[in-house]
Write a protein that binds this ligand. Structure first.
Ligand code: AMP
Ligand code: GLY
Length: 423
């Protein structure tokens, strides 16, 4: 079978590696992939948002199955377009991907179906939004309605900061159309947990939980990034919490989308806050998380392609989804300066012996050699029988990869280790 994967980051590299375990797959194409992914799939220079070219490629190459992983093509209707020409897909159609594409949609859905989340107000007028943040409790969270490359959320710890966030979005149009509407919501406190799940619109099967590290620097300081590292499982996600999440959040969400005529099929990502009043939804994503996928999929014991096809064919309840009872840690190596501006084009050495544990995110091939080509360059993932060992092994891997200007956080997993003492 010929499979194509849309996207070109570390997450897609992890998906491709896992897909390769299925012998029925004879060829994998990555659109666009990257220089590191090129070792595992045929990379095709078609951008993930170029839906007409993706459709033409699928037709011309008789693609049997497509996996669409990034948010943009999902929200833009890539799955709808591929299904129209008869290519079965893993990923939600646009009408379901809106759960990530519009925060207003997501919040209104949660309100309508009593799914626990932060209290919120929606604003479409600058003056009304400014009036609100001048009197609401602080801290407060200001969120652009649409996709904003993960930068549309400001946790404002002062009134001035909240006002500035409102102005940047609605007056200066920092996020274009995405920021014309705002959700302004209550600040929640508690540890965060990421839970990715498989769902075919009826059945939902959560994957192993994980913990992201979004700040650029150690001790959760510095600017917000796409994620500097992950561990799985997340110790705050106890069995009791998992049970509540299933009853109060996961099943109600899947049923709500079904009831709205927007059945969600694919990977539904729950960004959760474990507050003192129980788990609450911080955000939904319509896709695998990055770098959560780089710790979750290495722990998946069952065959990914079998599960994906069962999701597409709405028979998820018939297949086994089993995770190894082990721990994983992924440490991201980034270009110094990320998430701001950074230099690229530096030669990148990944020793052959550890290649299978490295997921490449931002690298290109230049004269047959890998060079850095992005902010997050790669992730090193180690799986071990305990979290401390996984962390140690992931750093041992990271220390073997060399490129100029590299930096990583040195404390990935430390919060999880401390949590083990708390819960
Ligand atoms: P998001 O882009 O929605 O994942 O938000 C980015 C980060 O902002 C989250 O991972 C949280 O750490 C934080 N955040 C979002 N919403 C809230 C909230 N209501 N209360 C506290 N922190 C929040
Ligand atoms: N790591 C967070 C995300 O993928 O949205």
């Amino acid at each position: 079978m010929k499979v194509m994967v849309i996207g070109g980051g570390g997450r897609e590299h992890a998906v491709i590696r896992k897909l390769k375990e299925n012998p029925a797959i004879t060829e994998i194409f990555a659109l666009p992939g990257n220089g590191g992914i090129a070792a595992d799939a045929a990379c095709v220079p078609i951008g993930a948002k170029d839906i007409p070219s993706i459709v033409s490629f699928a037709e011309a190459n008789a693609i049997d199955y497509a996996v669409v992983t990034p948010d943009d093509p999902l929200v833009l209707g890539c799955v709808n377009a591929l299904e129209e020409i008869g290519v079965p897909c893993f990923g939600p159609r646009a009408e379901a991907a809106i759960i990530e594409g519009s925060k207003v949609f997501a919040k209104d859905l949660m309100k309508k179906y009593n799914i626990p989340t932060a209290r919120y107000e929606v604003f479409t007028e600058l003056d009304a939004a400014l009036d609100y943040v001048r009197s609401c409790p602080i801290p407060v969270v200001v969120k652009a309605d649409g996709l904003a490359l993960g930068k549309g959320v400001v946790v404002a710890r002062s009134r001035e900061e909240a006002e500035q966030a409102v102005r940047e979005s609605m007056e200066n149009h920092k996020f274009g159309k995405s920021g014309e509407k705002l959700v302004i919501e209550e600040f929640l406190e508690g540890p965060e947990v990421s839970v990715l799940s498989f769902t075919d619109g009826k059945t939902i099967v959560p994957m192993v939980s994980s913990m992201d590290h979004k700040c650029a620097f150690d001790g959760d300081t510095g600017p917000n990034t796409g994620g500097m590292g992950t561990v799985a499982p997340n110790p705050y996600y106890t069995e009791a919490v998992a049970r509540r999440c299933m009853e109060e959040i996961f099943l109600p969400t899947v049923r709500a989308m079904q009831a709205e005529g927007r059945p969600f099929k694919g990977c539904l990502y729950f960004g959760l806050m474990i507050t003192k009043d129980g788990p609450k939804v911080i955000e939904y994503n319509c896709r695998f998380g990055d770098p959560e996928t780089q710790v979750v999929l290495p722990l998946l014991e069952s065959d990914l392609f079998t599960i994906m096809r069962a999701v597409t064919e709405e028979r998820l309840s018939d297949v086994e989804v089993k995770f190894r009872p082990e721990s994983a840690c992924c440490v991201i190596l980034a270009s110094r300066g990320y998430p701001g501006s950074y230099e690229k084009g530096f030669p990148l050495e990944i020793p052959e012996a550890i290649r299978d544990q490295v997921y490449v995110a931002g690298a290109a091939l230049k004269d047959g050699r890998l060079v850095t080509n992005g902010g997050r360059v790669l992730g090193c993932t180690a799986v071990a029988e305990s979290l401390p060992r996984a962390i140690e092994a992931a750093y041992a891997l990271a220390d073997q990869v060399k490129f100029e200007n590299a930096f990583c956080r040195r404390d990935i997993g430390q919060r999880a280790l401390r949590a083990k003492e708390e819960v």
